[in-house]
Design a protein around this ligand. Structure first.
Ligand code: ATP
Length: 387
């Protein structure tokens, strides 16, 4: 079922109003063509076709075991596809060994040499290439400056914080001036605060150096922050590719909607299907769902209506109109600082999740536990997905 309404286009601002990260779609750098990887009978990567453009931060996002590391290892040349082809910068990589590829890979463990100082760790790859000493020293110093580790050059890895070690690994990978950097869960070892700061550093660095990044992560927040585009993987397949906004606002399946952020899913049946609106009968609600755009599906089709928690309003007063609403009782409230999560049991017994920003401190007026409330949402908010 393809939706008729226009999806978020490349270049559209993010939902939070921040500008999009630009992607030059005329400049294809990686082309993965019908690539499958089998280990015995097991299909780890299943017929993946994908383009990554020059200067992108492309995130491969998916749950454990979905095949993202295997795909990354095939780009690096550590695994060969069972079938299909991989092109980097227009060149078929079939017969190109890992060290001959314009690629560097940063491993999850960082794999630093513990007995070597920071500058020796960073210089190692250049020394292997037998570059002149003067050039090595200059490039290492420049790179340590870029990752803000100039003052730490003489330290050993165990004398650094997790974030600093991560930057050494990054410097070691970047000093060789790869055109493509592959990062496997690069920030996995960092705590939340450091991870966030490092994500922004990584973006700045990538923008400054213009290297193309392919990042593997299972952390959807990380993918949303870092990526110019995200490829969501499930059981070896790429199930959706898009900008963070497209993936969040217009998931193409229940799997993607569920995987990225929280979502309320209502099972339903299409009872009216016009070019510019649809109506869905949803037994879990005591009203129909009205959606202000058409979808391509036959009348009577079984669908899911997905509504994000922040797109639902909660009030004590009964909303006007007879559609897109539900009555319920507040069963739980979680105060998260910047926002609160309300779990509301509606009349059918289903629990609906609603989030409210805590932008103002109106403690006395806040809706509280066990209050009867009305939930409502705009007709543009539900995303209709095939069952
Ligand atoms: P995680 O986030 O847990 O690292 P992933 O998405 O990166 O997961 P992969 O490492 O690509 O997953 O593995 C995909 C599947 O292929 C897994 O089920 C894994 O067990 C299997 N697999 C990976 N490498 C091999 C191998 N050398 N031999 C057999 N099976 C393998």
């Amino acid at each position: 079922m393809g939706e008729k309404q226009g999806h978020a286009q490349q270049g559209q601002a993010h939902a939070d109003g921040s500008p999009p990260r630009p992607v030059d779609k005329t400049n294809e750098y990686i082309r993965i063509e019908s690539v499958t990887k089998r280990f015995g009978d097991f299909v780890a990567v299943d017929n993946v076709t994908l383009s990554v453009f020059k200067g992108e931060i492309f995130c491969l996002l998916g749950g454990s075991g979905c095949g993202k590391t295997t795909l990354l290892r095939m780009l690096a040349g550590f695994e060969a596809p069972t079938s299909g082809r991989i092109f980097i910068d227009g060149q078929d990589m079939a017969d190109t060994l890992p060290y001959e590829r314009p690629v560097n890979m940063m491993f999850q463990s960082y794999a630093l040499f513990p007995h070597m100082s920071v500058e020796k760790n960073v210089a190692f790859g250049l020394e292997q290439e037998k570059l002149p000493r003067k050039e090595i020293d200059q490039r290492v110093a420049e790179m340590l400056d870029t990752v803000k580790l100039g003052d730490f050059a003489r330290r050993k890895p165990h004398q650094l914080s997790g974030g600093q070690r991560q930057r050494v690994a990054l410097a070691r990978a970047l000093v060789k001036k790869p055109k493509l950097l592959l990062l496997d869960e690069p920030l996995g070892a960092l705590d939340k605060k450091l991870r966030e700061a490092t994500q922004f550093e990584l973006i700045n660095l990538q923008e400054k150096l213009g290297v193309t990044f392919v990042v593997v992560t299972h952390d959807q927040e990380e993918a949303m922050t870092l990526a110019s585009r995200i490829g969501v993987m499930d059981r070896g397949e790429i199930v959706q590719v898009g900008t963070p906004t497209e993936i969040y606002e217009y998931p193409s399946s229940k799997f993607v909607a569920d995987f990225i952020g929280s979502v309320n899913m209502f099972e339903g049946r299409l009872i009216e299907d016009e070019p510019n609106f649809v109506r869905i009968e949803a037994p879990e609600l005591s009203c129909t769902i009205y959606v202000d755009h058409g979808i391509s599906a036959p009348p009577g089709a079984a669908v899911w209506a997905a509504i994000r928690p922040e797109k639902i309003e909660i009030s004590r007063e009964e909303p006007a109109g007879k559609e897109n609403r539900a009555r319920g009782v507040v069963r739980d409230i979680a105060y998260m600082g910047d926002m609160s999560i309300y779990l509301v049991r509606i009349d059918s017994g289903k629990t609906v999740r609603v989030t409210l920003p805590n932008s103002v401190r109106q403690l006395s007026e806040r809706i509280s536990w066990d209050e009867t409330v009305w939930l409502s949402w705009d007709s543009s908010s539900p995303v209709i997905l095939p069952q």
